[in-house]
Ligand binder design. Structure first.
Ligand code: HEC
Ligand code: HEC
Ligand code: HEC
Ligand code: HEC
Ligand code: HEC
Length: 212
């Protein structure tokens, strides 16, 4: 009788411990993609219609694991660029980093353009899609969000060109080269000039000493 009760108590005790451990080791249930959609259905629909239909929410929203969300879960300008550039590394990310916009955002500008300003966050579409923000006909409008009084032709020209001797990047390439060489030549000339001046001063001093 006592033994029977002891066994039962022991089992109950084990069960309680197990439940406690389960409770402790899962502090907040990790949210699955479907969970996100229950509260953010619109975002799901938009992403599914985009070029990124194969991505899950947390491919980009990496900090979000549960609800309530961690503080600062929204992606600011710099963070969003880092997220996009992770996958679009190489020419696209490099050309952006070299651009006026990229440099300004890197320095903390809240006004300059990020990937998201030109391509959208959830509604990213390829440039051949007429609804894309970067479709040929829509580019002027996309730039005009910030460049109100841009001259016609402002929005023309490739965006993600490579700084290379051939192709769309050539003018920038040669301008950059020109300034690099200009700097090298100027500094070299300056150093030679200083050396000569120093040499002349030294000779004057020596001559003074010999005279004494
Ligand atoms: C129970 C409903 C619920 C679930 C599930 C949920 N969210 Fe949210 N989410 C909210 C609410 C409410 C807000 C606005 C308040 C806040 O920031 O907490 C929000 C805000 C956000 C924001 C904006 C953050 C900000 O500070 O502006 C992002 C991004 C986000 N959710 C992504 C996700 C992702 C990704 C998932 C799935 C992993 C998810 N959410 C699951 C309800 C939910
Ligand atoms: C390709 C990357 C990417 C994917 C995939 C993505 N998001 Fe976002 N999301 C962003 C960025 C970037 C922002 C910030 C937008 C801004 O600055 O306007 C954002 C903003 C948000 C916001 C807050 C602003 C708003 O639109 O209300 C919510 C909520 C959100 N995302 C939920 C989701 C959910 C849910 C999914 C999955 C269905 C998802 N996101 C998939 C990049 C992404
Ligand atoms: C000032 C606007 C602007 C910004 C900022 C910008 N893009 Fe683009 N992007 C464009 C335009 C316009 C095109 C269309 C093709 C072109 O002109 O090069 C494009 C094309 C693309 C393409 C497809 C074609 C290709 O060249 O491979 C990808 C991918 C892309 N951008 C990703 C990004 C990412 C990632 C970032 C941020 C690191 C970014 N873009 C920043 C305007 C922009
Ligand atoms: C997890 C990886 C991943 C992330 C994060 C991501 N992308 Fe993509 N993206 C892809 C892949 C893969 C494709 C389809 C193949 C391609 O064209 O590069 C694509 C396609 C695109 C295209 C269409 C390219 C075309 O052919 O015209 C654009 C524009 C683009 N992404 C911009 C962005 C922007 C802006 C962000 C940030 C908000 C972003 N991507 C975040 C992986 C990613
Ligand atoms: C979200 C706002 C925003 C969008 C969208 C935007 N820009 Fe800009 N852009 C700026 C700001 C702010 C500056 C000035 C400071 C800097 O360099 O960031 C600038 C500077 C520039 C410059 C260099 C200096 C100048 O004023 O001539 C060029 C060129 C340029 N943008 C082209 C474009 C083109 C082309 C597009 C569309 C494909 C575009 N921008 C879209 C905000 C934007």
């Amino acid at each position: 009788m006592y033994i029977q009760n002891g066994k039962r108590l022991y089992r109950l005790f084990c069960l309680v411990i197990l439940m406690f451990l389960t409770f402790v080791t899962t502090p907040i249930a990790t949210l699955a993609q479907e969970d996100c959609l229950q509260c953010h259905g619109d975002a799901g629909t938009t992403v599914n219609r985009s070029e990124h239909d194969f991505l899950s929410c947390i491919s980009c929203h990496r900090d979000i694991e549960g609800f309530p969300h961690v503080k600062g879960a929204s992606l600011d300008k710099k963070e969003s660029v880092a997220v996009c550039a992770d996958c679009h590394e190489g020419r696209v990310a490099d050309s952006y980093a070299d651009s006026f916009h990229g440099k300004a955002v890197h320095l903390g500008s809240q006004r300059s353009a990020t990937c998201v300003d030109c391509h959208g966050a959830h509604d990213v579409l390829g440039q051949n899609n007429p609804n894309s923000k970067v479709a040929k006909e829509n580019i002027p409008e996309t730039c005009a969000i910030c460049h109100e009084n841009a001259s016609p032709g402002f929005a023309e020209g490739e965006e993600h060109f490579q700084l290379a001797a051939f192709g769309a990047g050539a003018p920038m390439y040669y301008t950059a080269k020109f300034f690099i060489w200009l700097t090298i030549i100027t500094i070299t000339a300056l150093v030679i000039h200083m050396e000569l001046q120093l040499y002349q001063n030294l000779r004057l001093i020596l001559r003074e000493r010999q005279r004494r």
